[in-house]
Design a protein around this ligand. Structure first.
Ligand code: SF4
Length: 210
């Protein structure tokens, strides 16, 4: 049970239910290959059946952690932070992103867009899910659209979502990891026929890094 004071700090974004934080290489999407400090925040009710971080879903399992202490851990280590989850937009991200940007640290987010996105962002990666579609306002803010391809129907969903983002948004198709042997050849074929898309692979999993 969270006490009143902690709840107030969470509401203000001065505390966040931190699941894990680690410095690694961004493995997927537009910034693949770049060093980045990952901040994984607990809590998600989007319910993707193939989710590879189901242990993030219950926010109560992840201790409210001071945003200042997270920022202190990043400082002097990394010049880019990726805020991910879980679904990070369930939380107030104004405070932590402002603190990071004040230190000239770039702020990236990975979100399904299911909730209002707060915070100051240098890069927004939107990854819509059928089970809980993005809010309209998030589409036009996205710098990158990353569609996970689990089966053939997902190409149609990807096109529907691509029709909603801005003209400058980078478009990626990424095979869902457990089905990658089957879907990757289809994605290769699809991208050659539809070159507005690029392939994103989860290179961190091939490299065996977090
Ligand atoms: Fe998992 Fe992300 Fe889907 Fe949430 S939105 S269930 S964290 S894949």
């Amino acid at each position: 049970m969270i006490d009143k004071n902690t709840q107030q700090l969470i509401n203000k974004g001065e505390m966040l239910p931190l699941m894990e934080e680690f410095y690694t290489i961004q493995g997927e999407g537009f910034h693949t290959g770049k060093a980045a400090y990952f901040i994984r925040i607990g809590g998600c009710d989007v319910g993707c059946h193939w989710c590879d971080v189901k242990e993030s879903w219950n926010a109560d399992l992840h201790p409210p952690t001071s945003s200042n202490s997270i920022v202190n851990n990043v400082k002097n280590i990394a010049n880019t932070v990726v805020v991910t989850g879980g679904e990070p937009s369930m939380w107030n991200l104004e405070y932590i992103t402002k603190s990071l940007q004040n230190l000239q640290i770039k702020t990236h987010v990975e979100t399904s867009g299911a909730y209002k996105l707060t915070g100051l962002w240098d890069w927004i990666c939107l990854s819509p899910k059928k089970t809980k579609l993005p809010l309209e306002a998030v589409y036009l803010k996205a710098n990158e659209l990353k569609m996970i391809i689990f089966n053939k129907n997902d190409f149609k969903f990807a096109e529907e979502q691509a029709a909603k983002v801005s003209e400058n948004c980078e478009l990626f198709l990424q095979p869902e990891w457990s089905n990658k042997e089957k879907m990757t050849p289809l994605i290769v074929d699809y991208v050659m026929k539809n070159p507005k898309w690029k392939i994103s692979l989860q290179t961190h999993k091939y490299l065996n890094i977090p």
